[in-house]
Design a protein around this ligand. Structure first.
Ligand code: GLU
Length: 329
């Protein structure tokens, strides 16, 4: 009995000592391993590979930072902001217009109010409000969408709000003048090919897997220009004119670039995420920008200066530490 007690005491002591020494044979000064997740979008968008590119660059330095970045496919910008604010995600890809609205407490955040803990890290590629229609649907302009079945996107997406703005700008009431669908962008290309919808909106960087998929099928499809947007651009400073390069989609019925307008993709986080983590991610992406740009053609035009544009929420202190260090701020 006595022997048994002594044995137990030795075990308890050994375990306690090991834990206080950092556990699992680690030195006591080794920082805790940290895991963070970036919320992205559908797998056929550009947010998903963008998150993958960030994680690839940062995870190379795992030994230095003890930081592992993982990526999650989500419903898009609105979902990501809300998940970051709820503490379910540390980072998220967010359209610049959604970032501004969340920070100000408008549009999807009108009821919840300003999202005071939202922080910007950097911006990435431009995203175009893209409208694609089946050639056999007879849609040649946005006005032709009247009476058609149109996917405007799932409620967590960033593109849904852009589709509604574009429709209203063209004098179309999305609730009464069209049959609006709320499908995820990742489902839209197939639905268009299957003849279940006539057209779909997607605010996304180019080239994107969604439009590659949509243009690869038997049903002929084409990009529809969204023009006469001067009023919209005057009203909302986050919108800028853009175009969809025809060269990315050789199977689309278009032979020239398609005019439209767009926003920027940004990386957001919460004020509650540690400065060291945000610093590490910012530093690794900026210091390895050429390698990063090679990971997706939508990043081709990125510059360090352009990556500080389109940020409405305050820049996170960890990112700001890096920008000050290198003289970008
Ligand atoms: N802009 C889209 C959204 O916020 C996502 C685009 C993408 O996944 O690349 O929902």
């Amino acid at each position: 009995m006595k022997k048994g007690l002594l044995f137990l005491l030795i075990i308890v002591l050994a375990v306690t000592m090991n834990v206080s020494a950092g556990g699992a044979g680690e030195k006591s000064d080794t920082p805790q391993r940290q895991f963070v997740t970036i919320g992205t979008g559908g797998v056929t968008g550009v947010y998903y590979p963008a998150g993958g590119a960030i994680s690839k660059i940062v995870n190379k330095k795992y030994d230095e930072y003890n930081l592992k970045v993982t990526v999650e496919s989500t419903g898009g910008s609105v979902f990501n902001v809300n998940a970051i604010m709820a503490g379910d995600l540390e980072f998220g890809m967010v359209q610049s217009d959604r970032q501004a609205q969340a920070w100000e407490g408008t549009a999807d955040w009108a009821d919840k109010g300003p999202q005071k803990d939202l922080r910007a890290v950097f911006s990435l590629h431009p995203e175009s409000v893209t409208l694609m229609a089946a050639v056999d649907s007879g849609i040649n302009t946005i006005e032709d969408l009247r009476g058609k079945i149109v996917n405007i996107g799932n409620p967590g997406s960033g593109n849904r709000g852009n589709a509604i703005d574009a429709l209203e700008n063209a004098g179309i009431n999305w609730e009464t003048d069209i049959q609006a669908e709320g499908l995820k962008a990742s489902e839209a290309a197939k639905m268009l090919q299957d003849g279940r919808i006539d057209a779909y909106f997607y605010t996304v960087g180019h080239p994107s897997g969604s439009f590659k998929e949509a243009t690869a099928g038997r049903r002929k499809v084409k990009f529809i220009p969204i023009e006469n947007v001067d009023d919209l651009l005057a009203k909302y400073s986050y919108y800028a004119k853009s175009y969809i390069p025809a060269e990315y989609y050789p199977n689309a019925a278009n032979t020239t670039d398609t005019n439209t307008y767009g926003v920027k993709a940004t990386l957001c986080t919460s004020a509650k995420v540690s400065d060291d983590i945000v610093y590490a991610i910012t530093k690794e992406v900026f210091e390895n920008l050429e390698d990063f740009k090679a990971l997706h053609p939508a990043f081709a035009t990125l510059t360090k200066e352009s990556m500080l544009e389109g940020l409405t929420a305050p820049i996170h202190d960890g990112a700001m530490r890096y920008y000050k260090e290198v003289g970008l701020k």
